[in-house]
Design a protein around this ligand. Structure first.
Ligand code: SF4
Length: 333
């Protein structure tokens, strides 16, 4: 059971190519792609997790994390099972690497949107596992959500195909995209993804004016060198924008990487300084108990103060600093 979708094309020899992500799996009849949830059934592609969610929560938007997108609101957050990456430190591996598709809750797009409205959320987030692999389901929810004034958020590893990115215009509003490393071989060998694809996705999202925030989970020994953090920060500053928020988050031993220390605060502080050094205006430390404030890049006024996922103060007015009237990058209503 599942739902046939249109994001594929026939490529001859009874094969079809899935167009959802940059793996572009070539599937013969009966075959399931790398993600475990898109299958060739009789020459058509079926999304096996359509309408089947593994998790649903009302989360603060700050937990996605998005700090410059409707701060202080909640986002109805859903995920399914499956993933197109195989990160050995995945913090949601129980669902992302699960193959038990039929064990989860059944919901319709209408039900999801109604829950979001009833609970007063301003947005729906497609998160927990990689949402690109269930885009046909997310899209149906998102189209309904748009009609009733809700926004849509993708929390993603950035491996969307260019075809899907174009399809998302006018449907998805904001993204948090992981930049997990700046080494191609690391992405390929350990994560089973691709750095160039992720960077290309980010540039395409930027060109199409989606709101973007980036996250880097700092894993000791893997991506915490000065060079690598500097490369990531530089990419954000030069190819995206110095006003693109960068979330640098602490790793805790998990899944297959359980023989290592968690990220020391010094590494986060070093990454923060590196980001500042290349000119980034908004850098936030996550997964640790710390206050995280947003300051006006022009007059340095403290605009938003956060403790954990809650907001203690927010004086941004109509997207501007109330003291010097500078525009503050983000989506504020
Ligand atoms: S979503 Fe990606 S991994 Fe899954 S079948 Fe399609 S191309 Fe392959």
């Amino acid at each position: 059971m599942g739902r046939v979708h249109n994001f594929y094309k026939p490529i001859g020899s009874n094969r079809i190519k899935c167009l959802l992500c940059r793996h572009y799996c070539s599937l013969k009849d009966g075959q399931i792609g790398i993600c475990g949830v898109n299958k060739n059934e009789g020459g058509k592609i079926v999304n096996l997790v359509y309408g089947k969610i593994s998790a649903i929560n009302i989360d603060p938007i700050e937990k996605k994390p998005l700090y410059h997108f409707l701060p202080g609101t909640t986002s109805l957050s859903i995920g399914t099972v499956g993933c197109n990456f195989k990160c050995p430190f995945c913090q949601n591996w129980q669902i992302s690497q699960s193959k038990s598709i039929e064990n989860y809750y059944r919901v319709t797009p209408e039900e999801i949107v109604n829950i979001a409205l009833e609970r007063g959320s301003k947005s729906i987030s497609y998160t927990y596992n990689e949402p690109t692999i269930f885009y046909p389901f997310a899209k149906d929810i998102a189209l309904l959500a748009k009609r009733v004034g809700l926004k849509n958020i993708f929390v993603s590893n950035g491996f969307e195909s260019p075809e899907i990115i174009d399809d998302m215009v006018g449907i998805i509003d904001a993204f948090n995209i992981d930049i997990k490393s700046f080494k191609s071989d690391y992405y390929k060998k350990y994560l089973k993804g691709g750095l160039d694809g992720v960077l290309d996705t980010l540039k395409r999202l930027k060109e199409r004016n989606f709101w973007i925030e980036c996250t880097t989970l700092i894993v000791p020994q893997d991506n915490d060198s000065y060079q690598e953090l500097n490369d990531i920060a530089n990419f954000i500053a030069k190819e995206l924008d110095i006003n693109t928020p960068w979330h640098i988050t602490a790793f805790y031993p998990n899944y297959k990487v359980n023989n290592r220390d968690s990220t020391p605060i010094e590494s986060l502080e070093r990454a923060y300084k590196i980001g500042k050094g290349v000119g980034l205006n908004f850098i936030y430390m996550g997964n640790i108990l710390k206050t995280n404030s947003t300051y006006c890049p022009n007059c340095k006024e403290s605009l938003i103060e956060r403790v954990g996922y809650s907001i203690r103060k927010n004086i941004v007015k109509d997207g501007r600093c109330p003291k010097c009237n500078s525009k503050i990058a983000g989506v504020w209503r």
